[in-house]
Write a protein that binds this ligand. Structure first.
Ligand code: ZN
Ligand code: FE
Length: 246
């Protein structure tokens, strides 16, 4: 069972958030990432006769943690998050720190230090399963808003994620892609790959389909916040996105 492939299911919650369920064939205990709301997740679990083994938290914002307490009431749910941020996270039963490696579902998980959207934000990279859960740091064709720190902090976090293997699947916390893709096409009007991707995104969204996950490789080619190529350009683009009305 430890070596069974990990299946990731998107659980749309709130207005535009995604929580994620990681499961393995034959294992009824699943991992939930960023449950910002309890009811839809409890329902999805009940429908499939599954229970939560562990909850992974990327960061302290309510839309990523508001469902933790209720979901963790069930017995023996492990709640995992950045120990340095425990004063403002739901009660953690297992603290982790950036740079640490641990195991979940029989596969290694690396804790990546990804502040910038908010202090204490971590991302979870499963190198063997080639999965990344990066909360509000990198989005499909976008990135999170700046928090308490300057743009250089988020830029550095994005660079860290961009350094992961190209075929890593990127599971980010929001469905913001349509606006992101319009902005990308606006700031990089000559980029044909962005143009094509915008059309694809429009198609998916019109059909009610998600645009998550993406891959690190795709993001390196079409995410405007990575294409800028420098911290200074990143800062300009982040500011321009705040004021963009596509
Ligand atoms: Zn957030
Ligand atoms: Fe969020």
């Amino acid at each position: 069972m430890a070596n069974a492939p990990i299946l990731v299911e998107l659980l749309p919650i709130l207005d535009d958030n995604y929580a994620f369920m990681l499961r393995q064939e034959g294992n009824s205990r699943v991992v939930i990432v960023d449950p910002g709301e309890a009811a839809p997740i409890a329902e999805a679990l009940a429908e499939r006769s599954l229970q939560i083994g562990s909850i992974l938290i990327t960061h302290s914002h309510a839309d990523h943690v508001a469902g933790v307490e209720e979901l963790a009431l069930a017995t023996q749910v492990e709640v995992i998050g950045n120990g340095a941020d425990c004063h403002r996270l739901p009660k953690l039963t297992r603290t982790v720190e950036p740079g640490q490696r641990f195991e979940l579902l029989g596969t290694p998980v690396e804790v990546l230090d990804t502040p910038g959207h908010v202090r204490g934000h971590v991302s979870y990279h499963l190198p063997e399963a080639k999965l990344l859960f990066c909360g509000d740091v990198m989005f499909t064709m976008g990135c999170g808003r700046l928090g308490e720190d300057g743009p250089e902090v988020l830029w550095k976090s994005l660079q860290l994620l961009a350094g992961l293997p190209d075929d890593t699947k990127v599971y980010s916390g929001h469905e913001y892609t349509l606006g992101n893709a319009k902005f990308a096409a606006h700031v990089f009007p000559d980029n044909q790959e962005i143009k094509a991707r915008l059309a694809k995104v429009q198609e998916l969204r019109a059909a009610g389909q998600p645009t998550v996950p993406t891959t690190i490789g795709e993001e390196k080619r079409t995410n405007p916040f990575l294409l800028g190529g420098s911290e200074a350009r990143f800062a300009e683009l982040r500011e321009a996105k705040n004021n963009f009305r596509g």
